[in-house]
Design a protein around this ligand. Sequence first.
Ligand code: ATP
Length: 365
Amino acid sequence: MSNVCLENITRRFGNVNAIDDISFTIPDGEFWVLVGPSGCGKSTIMRMIAGLETATSGNIYIDDFLVNDVPARARDVAMVFQNYALYPHMTVAENLAFGLQMRKVDREIIKNQVDWVAKSLNIFHLLNRKPKQLSGGQQQRVALGRAIVRKPKVFLLDEPLSNLDAQLRDDTRAELKELHQKVGITTIYVTHDQVEAMTLADKIVVLNGGKIQQVGEPQVIYNRPANRMVAEFIGNPSVNVFAAVFDGVDFEVGEQKIKCSTAIREQIKPISAQGFDLGIRPEFIHIIAPENKENFAELKVLVKVVEPLGRETVVRASLPGVEGFLSLLLSASFRPSLGESISVFLDLNQLFIFDASTGERLFPV
Ligand code: ATP
């Protein structure tokens, strides 16, 4: 087990800075998740930590040792990709044991390790099968097991669950979390899936265009996104964002006004010349009038789409004079009619205000 430190890492491909001056330190045993849109540089970071790619500048430390010039095989890092490759002629047990045998580990220890990892990943009953006799999900568990069985210093997982169907993905995700809690190997995990990011991570690193947007615990990223990009990337249905004009007292949104709380007004007034984007997560827009309306802004919306999800209903509604939909997350019992005009109440304590030009969050401060 080891900490992993990236210090001012830049990776250039031709003129493009795929990674642009990135620094972070993952403490020993933590599970960190890298997220961001396609091309933001997630895989490049993983490959540099694994030693499969060299940084143009900057330093990488594993366990406080500078590893810039240490070859991949000597870094004691295990990596699992989306496209796992098992040895087809070997059984599951032989696949799991292979790395340990190459390291001349004692046979008894190998057997114990293989049994332990197979039980942890629910593949113990498959130990005598060949890969082609396994489902995709089972093969992926073997690939995870093969990487973890030798207890590497660092475990790198690049979209390891993305080939699995939804149910299997959920199950394997939970098993992976449990496994990490047991073995505590420092883990870096790349995903597009924000549910995986939220549920697995001790800390999430949000990347965009090769730059770090925010590093934080999942709840902090969700509740206090550093900017509009982070807010929009984490959360499903996505945060509602709409342009607003501050008239010195309140916000104008399309044909309606959103009243400001005193706290918001004090924050916004000195910079009122700028354009603003308001953000509110779907669960903070209510349809039942709150008893105390002090901290709520009432808006009229027109119901456009109703999406029943079983446990809850997502309603997409339009705001007069505003492009796009407002998403609301409502209880399953609420089924408005299409085209119905309803009042909604925005919880002002949950409002984000972003600078429209830079995207930076201005409120809450
Ligand atoms: P995805 O989620 O689609 O896998 P990613 O976030 O992992 O994307 P990377 O694969 O790290 O992104 O790529 C980051 C940027 O670097 C992209 O713009 C990509 O085109 C570029 N890039 C990556 N590898 C190379 C290479 N060998 N040569 C040139 N450009 C590259």
